[in-house]
Design a protein around this ligand. Structure first.
Ligand code: BTN
Length: 242
């Protein structure tokens, strides 16, 4: 079914800005945030000309089949606490869609196929976060993908065709709830993240670091046991080796 701005605003009980096409919802959301859009404002599109992935990559999705959205949040967090928003978002998505989390921001199905990605960006002053833009791409009804994508999956491949508006409602409320949890501390988010993690206790490689993924730290770092001690990884891609 087509996405519709008025229907989405009612369903999600907030201001939803819908674009049939835009460059990137991250860019549109940033403009709105700079214009004082309230926390909870949601930008959604059917098609991105230049969807942004993590680490400078692109994010592609076939027009009208998937979900691409950016949620503006104004969380009461310090810039040091802000990386936890990415983990809280992953927990919300994993619970709402019954997926596993691959550090830091990939949501995988049981076969290790990537169904969903997160790009969290923020604007911060030295002591507080002005706003965060939580970008989420979910492969919903797409079932064939370009060959260059390493291991893509989708909700339709798992459960058949989905109503995108209903998926959006489930995930937005779940993401918001878990991000709000952070104002009471990080313990519940970290606990839920550990339960949904795809790789804790397994051998992984991130860049040149090879070892057993043991835990995730308060600042969002992945802790890898190299055999010579614990190494904290703050950025990169996890390759699962076992
Ligand atoms: C990744 O896995 O590398 C993160 C992908 C994030 C993609 C989403 S789609 C909606 C939002 N707008 C963008 O340009 N990127 C994010």
């Amino acid at each position: 079914m087509a996405l519709d701005q008025a229907h989405l605003s009612t369903l999600l009980q907030r201001e939803v800005v819908f674009f049939a096409e835009c460059e990137s919802t991250q860019i549109e959301a940033r403009k709105l945030a700079q214009d004082n859009a309230p926390s909870g404002t949601l930008v959604v599109t059917d098609s991105q000309r230049a969807g942004k992935g993590r680490l400078g990559r692109n994010w592609h999705g076939r027009t009208g089949q998937n979900l691409a959205f950016s949620l503006i949040l104004r969380p009461p967090l310090s810039p040091q606490q802000a990386p936890m928003l990415c983990l809280a978002t992953a927990v919300g998505l994993a619970q709402a869609l019954d997926l596993r989390i691959k550090w830091p921001n990939d949501l995988l199905d049981e076969e290790g196929r990537k169904v969903c990605g997160i790009l969290a960006e923020m604007e911060a002053q030295p002591s507080y976060v002005e706003y965060a833009i939580i970008g989420v791409g979910i492969n919903v009804n797409q079932t064939t993908f370009p060959e260059e994508l390493p291991n893509p999956g989708s909700l339709a491949m798992l459960r058949g065709e989905q109503d995108r508006s209903n998926v959006l409602r489930e995930v937005v409320f779940a993401v918001e709830r878990w991000c709000a949890e952070l104002s009471g501390g990080t313990a519940s988010v970290l606990g839920a993240w550990r339960q949904r993690a795809a790789h804790l206790g397994q051998r992984v490689r991130v860049g040149s670091v090879n070892g057993i993924a043991r835990d995730v730290r308060e600042d969002g770092a992945l802790m890898i046991d190299t055999g010579e001690g614990l190494e904290a990884i703050l950025t990169g891609d996890v390759e699962m080796l076992s």
